[in-house]
Design a protein around this ligand. Structure first.
Ligand code: FVH
Length: 293
């Protein structure tokens, strides 16, 4: 650590995630400065040896690495508005959820302030930070990520995805798309079965192994997408699925369950069949999503 710095890293933003990040750094022995817009959230961290900055300027100045983890990138922009010259020579690591465009724009702003910018996407919930299951995506200058690898490993596995600053956000959002797709199906399933009075916990005994059995789809779909071939070895063709899927919608309505999460799927199935691709695997709807025919 350079003599001028008080601590190794600053964490700005002490919501659930910021507190988990700062706590993980402390557990790994790193001297840490913390700051939050609203005071009163640093108690457990200061008890664990973190230093609470009196203001944002002090927080920025305290460390060579400044980690930002706030609600959104608009809030990050506000923090940068207040930075003045205080980030010069530092590495700013933004672990706030956002879009690739936002990340690239923030990188330009931070670089203009004389600092390096690394963008990150946290693939864990706060209690998971620092566990084996946790990983964080990073993009931006590789040397800047490598220089902080030891620090970053406190949060979970380090997954560097490329020099394009927007890539961490893109990977993050693509992974979240997979997660939210599963959430949507699971929530709809519980609503539908619950309409007959079946407790979700009881039904989960069937749903969990069913989803596990279906998980091979992820890799099979990837192979189809990369080959851009949706007709080879089709087991359940789209025309058949587009006929069966309306039963899921109709039954939901009859059981008093809103079909909102499922209707877009049927719309895409029907559109693809109407284009003459009923012989395809359902993965072929990716052509519609991409605006291809
Ligand atoms: N929690 C999670 O499960 C996910 C896991 C994956 C990554 N996300 C992203 O992490 C960012 C922070 O999430 P969080 O869970 O810490 O969120 P909150 O507990 O709601 O805390 C929000 C903090 O943001 C501060 N804040 C809000 N607006 C401003 C602002 N204009 N200027 C400065 N700070 C601001 C807020 O401060 P305060 O309200 O206490 O004063 C909290 O510290 C987020 O991008 C997730 O998508 C978490």
């Amino acid at each position: 650590m350079t003599e001028n710095f008080t601590t190794r890293a600053t964490v700005a933003g002490l919501g659930d995630m910021g507190r988990a990040l700062a706590a993980a750094l402390r557990r790994n022995g790193f001297p840490v400065t913390v700051w939050n817009r609203t005071p009163g959230k640093a108690g457990e961290l200061t008890a664990a040896g973190a230093r609470e900055a009196a203001g944002l300027a002090e927080a920025f100045e305290a460390s060579p690495v400044v980690i930002l983890c706030v609600v959104d990138n608009e809030a990050v922009g506000e923090l940068l508005d207040a930075a003045g010259d205080r980030l010069r020579g530092r590495t700013v690591v933004n672990l706030t959820n956002g879009t690739p465009r936002q990340a690239r724009e923030l990188a330009e702003r931070v670089t203009a302030l004389g600092a390096e910018y690394v963008d990150g996407g946290i693939m864990a919930v706060p209690p998971g930070i620092g566990t084996e299951a946790s990983f964080v995506l990073y993009s931006g200058p590789e040397h800047a990520v490598e220089a902080q690898r030891e620090l970053f490993e406190a949060f979970g596995a380090v997954r560097y995805v490329g020099e394009d600053t927007g890539l961490a956000a893109l990977y993050d959002l693509a992974l979240l798309s997979g997660m939210y797709g599963m959430h949507a199906g699971v929530v709809h399933a519980y609503a539908l079965i619950g309409s007959a009075g079946v407790p979700a916990t009881e039904f989960s005994a069937l749903l969990v192994p069913w989803i596990e059995a279906m998980s091979g789809f992820v890799k099979e779909a990837a192979d189809r997408v990369d080959r851009d071939d949706y007709t080879k070895d089709v087991v359940s063709n789209l025309a058949m699925q587009a006929k069966a899927f309306p039963n899921l919608i109709e039954a939901s309505v009859e059981q008093g369950v809103r079909p909102d999460l499922m209707e877009p799927v049927l719309r895409l199935f029907r559109e693809r069949v109407a284009q003459g691709h009923g012989d395809e695997d359902a993965v072929g709807v990716i052509k519609l999503l991409r605006g291809e025919s």
